[in-house]
Design a protein around this ligand. Structure first.
Ligand code: HEC
Ligand SMILES: [Cu+2]
Length: 347
């Protein structure tokens, strides 16, 4: 999907070739740029209009031609025109920007998920298969990729200019962003929020591979254990399974299938169980006690690193077979409709 392909290609190629403009390497990039060029166009139009009027009027009404000022009584038509036209332009910009915003911040349901942990001063990527990388991120082309990001210390901001993607990475809270890369190659990652002395060194590279090369990469760089398997180990070593054993006699709820479900809390409210909720349930259990259970779960605040929390979250998520299928789906949106065998991933 491209907007006026010929003119568009010409313009962006020329700008990229003259190093004035980052490459367009994601599906969203042309859309972000279209809005950008619209704003630039409107600004240049305004600049020329005002410039010409200032110049023209200062010649036409120069002191030698009209030494005495004449009072003008105002014109409703003129005033309405210069109010309504800019208002219409601003509203167009607003609606356009809002639509784009929703598109950028709502990942498609079949997006593959990668975790990013930001810390002073590096980016750590954790793939569900257990591949870890520092200041590098391998992704395939042609498939939506969602990043679930969190900071281990201060505020950071994760940005890939060539993908037109940027989002704050916040301590204590997951934020997400998604993109679909279009061309194999390497692209810059920046931290775009001042985060301390070596902020400028908090950079990295996205390596975009074809689906086949990506497959090869995941096989070669696997550490042997998936995040979920690490999580399973932690779940046992931290004693979670003493209460969450999944048996009827257990003191805590069975966590299989809890991800993506709606839980009713003791205060009567309902919550959707997503990554953020799972993380919070482990760190602040007393703040949202599940209905029907005693508030006996201890807090794990300060006892687990963000990496450990990601492992636990991924483990609990993977007990939900729907999520597991979603993660193992192929490369296109249409795969979502295709029948899949439960438990395709071995645990
Ligand atoms: C002493 C028993 C106990 C231990 C140990 C325990 N939990 Fe819990 N957990 C509970 C109980 C009881 C609830 C339900 C009440 C509540 O929400 O606090 C719960 C709720 C949860 C929930 C919210 C989802 C739901 O279905 O209510 C999650 C997620 C969770 N625990 C994960 C863990 C993890 C991970 C660990 C180990 C790091 C752990 N728990 C250790 C007893 C325990
Ligand atoms: Cu930073």
């Amino acid at each position: 999907m491209h907007i006026s392909p010929v003119l568009w290609q010409f313009l962006t190629k020329w700008l990229a070739a003259s190093a004035l403009f980052p490459r367009e390497a994601s599906t969203i990039a042309p859309y972000a740029d279209a809005l950008y060029f619209f704003l630039i166009g409107m600004t240049i139009f305004g600049l020329i209009l005002v410039g010409v009027l200032v110049f023209g009027f200062s010649i036409r009404y120069r002191a030698s031609r009209s030494p005495v000022a004449t009072q003008v009584e105002g014109s409703t038509l003129l005033e309405a025109t210069w109010t309504i036209i800019p208002l219409a332009i601003f509203l167009v910009t607003f609606v356009w920007g809002a639509l784009l915003y929703f598109r950028i911040y709502n990942p498609p349901a079949n997006a593959m998920n990668i975790y990013i942990v930001g810390k002073q001063w590096m980016w750590k990527a954790e793939h569900p298969g257990g591949q870890h990388e520092i200041n590098n991120l391998h992704v395939p082309t042609g498939r939506p990729v969602q990043l679930t990001m969190i900071s281990q210390d201060v505020f950071h901001s994760f940005s890939i200019p060539d993908f037109r993607v940027k989002r704050e990475v916040i301590p204590g809270r997951y934020s997400t962003v998604w993109f679909q890369a279009t061309d194999p190659g390497t692209y810059h990652i920046f931290c775009t929020q001042y985060c301390g002395t070596k902020h400028s060194g908090m950079i990295g590279e996205v390596t975009v591979l074809t689906p086949a090369d990506y497959q090869k990469w995941t096989e070669q760089s696997t550490s042997g254990m998936s995040l979920a398997q690490n999580g399973e180990r932690l779940f046992a070593s931290m004693g979670c399974n003493a209460c969450h054993s999944g048996t009827a006699a257990a003191r805590g709820p069975n966590l299989a299938g809890v991800y993506g479900s709606k839980l009713t809390l003791t205060n009567g409210s309902q919550v959707l169980v997503n990554d953020a909720y799972l993380r919070d349930a482990i760190l602040n259990p007393s703040q949202h006690v599940t209905a029907g259970y005693a508030p006996i779960m201890p807090t794990y605040q300060g006892q687990i690193s963000e990496d450990g929390l990601i492992d636990l979250v991924e483990y609990i998520k993977n007990q939900n077979s729907n999520y597991r299928n979603q993660q193992t789906l192929g490369t296109s949106q249409s795969d979502l409709a295709a029948p899949t065998t439960p438990g395709m991933v071995k645990q």
